[in-house]
Design a protein around this ligand. Structure first.
Ligand code: BGC
Length: 813
């Protein structure tokens, strides 16, 4: 199914946008190591190094009029016509437009009057640089004399200051120009030892570095003075707003073609002389970097490197199954999105300014779950970094800045779920790799510098922390909020200028979270299994006991008759109960209680999930609760501040839909599992894209719920925990390939109509070719398993010694 705006090219692993005026800007990410860029289908976006707040290299104004203004622009002047291959900012009608968002790159092609310009944006592996390969073709019958003008606007690194402190920023801008390279050197003279260079690998005919000169003080980018006048001004910025622009003159005979590149790089002069002349920046490293891409063939080789990198990563998990959406997402877009969430947590997207948030503690731990199979070593380091922001009593900094790895004091801690997610990420890593040595890594607590407790100590501290904070029903206290940041049972905020999350806790509060109880149950089981694996049966048994105690508290106090209540508020009243006027049933406690093992022997698990189906499921996904809150409730906080149907107030919050998918899997209900997945699957939304509006290739955080004005409209795409959890629910829940301590556990939960499918999985250095047959049309249950032709008892494929491939044949029944 194609949408009016584009289609998937599965073989090329690209989404092809065929119209620039998409319902919203459709985004891609460039970069995989330290330098990242946001790139929309009209070449909008910005670039930063490591930290979108502290090392922003270029400026961008997303929520502008129009949206998505500023980016990697190239103006083409052909005679009197001025146009952009990506349509914006001039929006001159093009004869042809195409944007291919691929893995780590975006290729935009625009054509007009026989001139075709292709821009390929990517970040070479291991390089702090973004390359814009530019190919110009003359497909007309006549010679073309063209002028191209590149354009980007430099940011003064600290992005918040950059857009607020104009009394300073208007006076500090500095640049140096050397040949085809523009050096942005603001603040270098005093305390920075890094600069940005924007260079062209080809000889240029002119340049500009002043925005006022290039654009004009009263002009918009769509009418920028220089390209419309036709000649660069050679402006040198002193203060105000430095930009980088090159003028490139090309004469192309009919059929002629020329290719070169622009390179935008972040250069650190740490360890070398800072100046090559008094007050002249030492550019040695910048020159060398640009030089590397000037060599014939270098740009293409670098691009091949990015492609090979992704080919290799995606070969870790490949599926061939009857559902086209599940297959395409699991093979390409879902792991790709997992890389973005792993790299950026929730920091920088079209919905996050890159200023407000660093790396979230709970977010990043969950991101590990969908990423660990791709690059386990990076997941390992992330787990240690996260653990390092936990305090010795178990509290976790809710966020930390990626540049400094220090906890963010403004947000602090006291979200009483954070610490438990560390257990999930750690166990996922050990199951994937078998590397139990991680548990013995010394990692200090943030409040006791020099402490060298092990990671395992952090996990035990996390369990103890929940136990030490329990309410009158024996359930965990909620603190500022649990996973649902907007369920603020303690803040009682009446002041519009306060943050709901940190507004302080009401005296004597008894607010408890049933969701944390479910998460605790799950974490206990995970940690118990880990201890068993370590041969420490005593600790495992102790955790079994803790699980049993919490389970009885849940079953005794949290069962509401047809579902599990969501919480108890500060006054001890239930939230998410049939006795409530609004918000009678919530999704999160059903998912987590079932996943934690509640309702198993007594039919409640199934009943709870049926209630979700009856009361919360819609064609656009499962809404967070019902009925939606129609007025602000001070005892509930931010959740009731959203209009009904939006965000946490009964929107479809895709992240938590995945827990229901997994919960259905735990009951062996394959149809239910796939249906819940497909309702939020972006690839399945192409037929209704004018309503859905967001990118059809990545999951969105929210889809407007049934109470909203436009149900089914998606927002906050890309950086969402939905990515990691859908990958887990698809690959482990539905397709049933679960890394475990003793090997790969095969435990599918598929629709009855699926008669066979295949998975190729790389696991601990060996490739497994897994073929699943379902002759009797069941959902789950492994009847037989053979590994390289030899029958194996049970459903675990033991780790093999060599690289494989190892052939695994599974018959369900
Ligand atoms: C936050 C998560 C939170 C979720 C639900 C997201 O914006 O990043 O930490 O769990 O919202 O409130």
């Amino acid at each position: 199914m194609k949408s009016t705006y584009g289609h998937f090219d599965d073989a090329a692993r690209e989404y092809v946008v065929t119209r620039p005026d998409t319902p919203l800007p459709w985004l891609n990410y460039l970069g995989q190591d330290d330098l990242y860029g946001l790139c929309t289908n009209t070449a909008g976006g910005y670039t930063f190094w490591r930290d979108a707040r502290l090392r922003r290299l270029t400026r961008y104004r997303h929520n502008n009029v129009p949206y998505d203004l500023g980016g990697r622009y190239l103006y083409v002047r052909d005679g009197d016509a001025v146009w952009n291959p990506g349509w914006k900012p001039t929006k001159t009608p093009l004869d042809r437009y195409e944007c291919r968002h691929g893995l780590g790159y975006t290729r935009i092609t625009g054509a007009k009057d026989g001139v075709e310009v292709e821009l390929l944006f990517f970040v070479p592996l291991g390089e702090n640089a973004e390359v814009w390969r530019t190919t110009v073709r003359n497909r007309s019958g006549a010679r073309k004399d063209l002028r191209l003008f590149s354009y980007l606007e430099f940011c003064f690194y600290e992005a918040l200051n950059d857009m607020t402190n104009f009394q300073r920023t208007y006076s500090i801008g500095e640049v140096e120009v050397e040949g085809s390279a523009i050096y942005h050197t603001t603040e270098y003279r005093e305390r920075r030892d890094h600069y940005t260079v924007f260079a062209c690998t080809r000889e240029v005919a002119g340049f500009d570095t002043s925005r006022d000169a290039f654009v004009g003080v009263h002009n918009g980018l769509h009418e920028a003075a220089v390209p419309f006048e036709g000649a660069a001004r050679g402006s040198v910025a002193h203060g105000w707003n430095p930009i980088g622009s090159h003028q490139v003159d090309l004469a192309l005979e009919p059929g002629g073609e020329e290719s070169f590149a622009f390179v935008l790089a972040y250069v650190d002069n740490d360890g070398v002389d800072r100046f090559e002349w008094p007050a002249v920046v030492n550019k040695e490293r910048g020159r060398a970097l640009v030089e590397r891409y000037t060599r014939e063939g270098a740009v293409d080789e670098a691009f091949d490197g990015v492609r090979a990198f992704w080919d290799d990563l995606l070969s870790t998990f490949e599926v061939d199954c009857p559902d086209e959406h599940a297959q395409r997402m699991a093979n390409v877009w879902n792991p790709y999105q997992c890389m973005a969430t792993f790299n950026l947590s929730r920091a920088a997207s079209l919905f996050e300014s890159g200023i407000g948030r660093g790396m979230g503690f709970r977010d990043s731990n969950q991101d590990v779950l969908g990423f660990v199979h791709l690059i386990p070593d990076r997941a390992r380091q992330r787990i240690l970094d996260l653990a390092g922001t936990q305090l010795s009593d178990g509290t976790c900094f809710h966020q930390y800045q990626p540049l400094t790895k220090q906890g963010n004091d403004a947000i602090g801690g006291d979200f009483y779920d954070d610490h438990l997610w560390l257990i999930l990420s750690t166990c996922a890593y050990v199951k994937e790799t078998g590397d139990v040595a991680l548990l013995d890594e010394p990692v200090g607590y943030a409040d006791t510098p020099g402490s060298a407790e092990t990671l395992l100590h952090h996990l035990e501290t996390s369990i103890a922390y929940t136990l030490s904070r329990r309410g009158e029903h024996g359930l965990p206290l909620i603190g500022h909020a649990d996973w649902n940041d907007c369920l603020n049972l303690n803040c009682f905020s009446t002041q519009p200028d306060e943050s709901f999350q940190t507004a302080g806790d009401v005296e004597g509060s008894r607010a408890e979270s049933v969701m944390i109880a479910g998460l605790f149950l799950y974490a206990c089981r995970e940690l118990a299994a880990l201890f068993r694996r370590l041969g420490r049966a005593g600790e495992a048994t102790r955790l079994d006991g803790l699980h049993a105690d919490m389970l009885s508290a849940v079953e005794e106090h949290a069962w509401d008759g047809d579902w599990y209540v969501r919480a108890f508020d500060a006054a001890g009243e239930p939230v998410g109960s049939r006795v409530c006027e609004e918000g009678q049933i919530f999704i999160e406690s059903q998912g987590w209680c079932v996943l934690g093992g509640a309702g198993g022997g007594n039919g409640r698990a199934r009943r709870a999930l049926e209630s979700v189906d009856e009361r919360l499921a819609t064609e656009h996904g499962i809404v967070l609760h019902q009925p939606a809150y129609t007025r602000y409730r001070v005892e509930l906080g931010e959740i009731s501040s959203y209009p009904p149907g939006y965000k946490e107030n009964a929107g479809v919050f895709c992240h938590n839909n995945t827990w229901i998918t997994l919960a259905w899997c735990s009951l062996g209900e394959g149809e239910r599992a796939l249906d819940t997945y497909l309702a939020i699957c972006p690839s399945a939304q192409e037929s209704r894209i004018d309503t859905y509006r967001s990118e059809p290739y990545v999951y969105a955080q929210v889809i407007a719920g049934r109470d909203a004005a436009i149900p089914g409209e998606a927002k906050n795409s890309w950086l969402t925990g939905t990515a990691a959890w859908t990958f887990v629910s698809l690959s482990q829940g539905i397709l049933g390939v679960k890394p475990d301590y003793d090997g790969l556990r095969i435990d599918p939960c598929i629709p009855r109509s699926w008669r066979s499918y295949r998975v190729r999985r790389r696991f601990r250095g060996t490739r497994y070719d897994i073929s699943v047959e379902n002759p009797d049309g069941v959902c789950s249950g492994v009847r037989s398993l053979t590994v390289d032709g030899r029958a194996v008892d049970g459903n675990v494929v033991p780790p093999a010694a060599g690289p494989g491939p190892v052939r695994v044949d599974v018959v369900l029944g």
